[in-house]
Design a protein around this ligand. Structure first.
Ligand code: EZ4
Ligand code: CO
Length: 396
């Protein structure tokens, strides 16, 4: 089999997505997700101009070789733009391989280790009561795990609380650590009292704290037994996680801003985290994520792959195929998509009573309707920017 065409499809059914479609001389094709929120056209251009020409005539069976060729063979390596482009190629190649074998993708990744995968979704609110009301709706749908964010008094546009996308320029949020650190432990005290002890509860710090602030928060959250505390620190200095680890008995999750397996090195080897939550679309796809999952197993680290609405159903399906296969699966982040997404993408993971699964069909299980995709043209969009009250740029 030979690759005859590598298409890049940019579409905006509710929000922007970048799809890679690889076609072959045998008529089989595969799709991958190459969406990088707020950097969509940079990825599309690297795919069209620099990567697609390398693949024509190649055997799509040779995924590892193609992966290494794009990653190392071109000398310049890594970073979110290149690794997202590589992820799109990688997923599309796995899709072709599984379709050719006439097997669901999870089968090629080792086969099912479980029947279904525990998932969580995002719950937020302007105040504690609104968070609780929203949580009850999800619990009625069967959710057994929920991630909680809440409005912080005196701050503006706090993460997870309101629609912060702008088509023109980034929305500027205002954030301060003191009210945040005072509010979050009280939120979980309230939620445990109101919602009980069975529900798994999670919280995303979104890289906003300093190591000692994170240690204080982790310690104060101990009594509420969170499933995990997500992304407490910026991703650059991994040794900082030692400070949190030594200070609190609370599971720590990290990884959505990582771009290669080497980002996991210190965190794994020093056992500084409990859940690795890389984004399959930003870390070079299934090939790299499978290696990370297998390596994590050695250190008792479980998986919790990133699953936000700003990556497409293709990446969400890739998540669940890998979740079904690896032995050290932890939990899967899951989100509702805009209704228009169904016009373009034929499938999403199947939700039932708090768990996800995939349809028993060959490949990843998703086709992309190119004519429908063309009806939703790209719209420029930015992630928000967060600033302290004095104007200093702060991690969002
Ligand atoms: O803010 O994917 O855990 N999920 C997250 C996400 C990220 C977005 C950034 O594009 O932190 O909602
Ligand atoms: Co997150």
């Amino acid at each position: 089999m030979k690759i005859t065409n590598v298409k890049t499809i940019v579409t905006c059914p509710g929000r922007n997505y970048v799809v890679v479609k690889i076609e072959t001389d045998e008529g089989l094709s595969g799709v991958g997700d190459a969406t990088l929120n707020g950097r969509e056209l940079a990825v599309a251009e690297i795919l069209k101009e620099h990567i697609a020409p390398l693949l024509h005539g190649k055997d799509p069976d040779q995924i590892e070789d193609i992966w290494q060729h794009i990653f190392r063979g071109s000398y310049w390596r890594g970073g979110p733009v290149l690794m997202t482009a590589l992820a799109g190629i990688d997923m599309a190649l796995w899709d072709i391989k599984a379709k050719k074998a006439n097997l669901p993708l999870y089968s090629l990744l080792g086969g099912k280790s479980r029947d279904k995968v525990l998932c969580y979704t995002h719950v937020s609110g302007r105040d504690f009561a609104e968070v609780k009301e929203n949580a009850l709706k999800y619990m009625e749908q069967g959710y057994k795990a929920l991630r909680f964010q809440v409005g912080i008094p005196g701050c503006k546009g706090t993460y997870g609380i309101e629609n912060i996308d702008s088509n023109n320029l980034p929305f500027v949020e205002e954030w301060e650590p003191r009210p945040y650190l005072q509010t979050i432990p009280k939120l979980f005290e309230y939620l445990r009292a109101e919602l009980g002890t069975d529900l798994e509860m999670l919280h995303d710090v979104h890289e906003r704290l300093t190591p000692v602030e994170a240690k204080i928060l982790a310690k104060e959250l101990e009594p509420y037994q969170l499933f995990f505390l997500e992304d407490p620190l910026r991703p650059e200095h991994k040794e900082s996680f030692r400070i949190i680890r030594q200070g609190a008995a609370i599971p720590i999750a990290m990884g959505e801003l990582f771009n290669t397996k080497w980002d996991c090195l210190t965190l794994f080897e020093e056992q500084l985290i409990d859940y690795i939550r890389c984004d399959l679309s930003h870390i070079g796809g299934l090939t790299e994520a499978k290696k990370i999952a297998n390596w994590a197993e050695v250190y008792h680290v479980k998986t919790a792959w990133h699953g936000p609405p700003d990556i497409s159903p293709i990446a969400h399906l890739a998540n669940v195929h890998l979740d079904l296969a690896v032995t050290n699966f932890g939990i899967q982040e899951q989100c509702a998509f805009a209704p228009e997404v169904r016009d373009v993408f034929s499938a999403q993971p199947l939700f039932n009573d708090g768990y996800l699964s995939v349809a028993e069909v060959p490949g990843l299980g998703c086709e992309v309707d190119e004519a429908a995709a063309a009806k939703y043209p790209y719209r420029r969009s930015y992630l928000p920017v967060s600033r302290r009250k004095d104007g200093t740029v702060q991690d969002w």
